[in-house]
Design a protein around this ligand. Structure first.
Ligand code: HEM
Length: 86
């Protein structure tokens, strides 16, 4: 069926920072990196540096030519949004 996409705040993102539950945000999109960890040409350790946080800058500085959008399409969790004002 059609996947349900989530609105993810930075504090929600922060909770997904382990190898079994590793999310990152790239250009406003949140991805679950866990299924991809073993396939990353740069290794798992490099990927884990951005687990639980916004990886846009680090990703762009290592390989701006790679399309994470296409590669991680099946791992899309949702969209990064700002924290609600309380
Ligand atoms: C290499 C994908 C995140 C560090 C690569 C390559 C791909 C890839 C396809 C091979 C590129 C090529 O040969 O031209 C991804 C995807 C990511 C991601 C889909 C999304 C989560 C990161 C992050 C870092 C990183 C956050 C750094 C902290 C590296 C390094 C290499 C590499 C150092 C070079 C490995 C080598 O050639 O020995 N990545 N990457 N990657 N990646 Fe990533």
């Amino acid at each position: 069926g059609v996947p349900t996409l989530m609105r993810v705040t930075p504090s929600m993102l922060k909770q997904h920072n382990t190898r079994d539950n590793a999310w990152t945000a790239l250009n406003g999109k949140v991805y679950n990196m866990t299924p991809y960890l073993e396939y990353h040409p740069g290794g798992e350790k490099e990927l884990m540096r951005v687990a639980g946080r916004d990886g846009t800058k680090l990703f762009a500085s290592t390989h701006a030519w790679v399309s994470a959008d296409m590669m991680l399409d099946a791992c899309l969790v949702g969209f990064l949004v700002s924290e609600p004002i309380s």
